[in-house]
Design a protein around this ligand. Structure first.
Ligand code: SF4
Length: 80
């Protein structure tokens, strides 16, 4: 599995060294991130519509969960 580097240190999956420790993540367009519920995440990725963008400014991590948030595990993805 590819190593994912991430500096969003208040995410549940972030670990020291700016590493993402999630077993799966979903990156999508800002529009999808804004409009879809938390339940839309990596488990739905294979059937999700394609969302081309113009620059990195238009992408986001849909898997982000604030550290300490009760929202974790809402989509059933295994989260370390
Ligand atoms: S789930 Fe997303 S925001 Fe959270 S550490 Fe991983 S890449 Fe960063």
């Amino acid at each position: 599995m590819a190593r994912i580097h991430c500096s969003v240190s208040n995410c549940h999956y972030w670990k020291s060294g700016n590493i993402c420790d999630a077993s799966e993540i979903m990156i999508t367009s800002d529009k999808v991130g804004d409009e879809m519920p938390d339940s839309f995440d990596a488990m739905q990725a294979s059937n999700a519509p394609q969302t081309p963008v113009s620059s990195c400014m238009e992408t986001c991590c849909k898997t982000f969960v604030a550290a300490g948030s009760a929202a974790r595990n809402v989509d059933g993805i295994y989260r370390k």
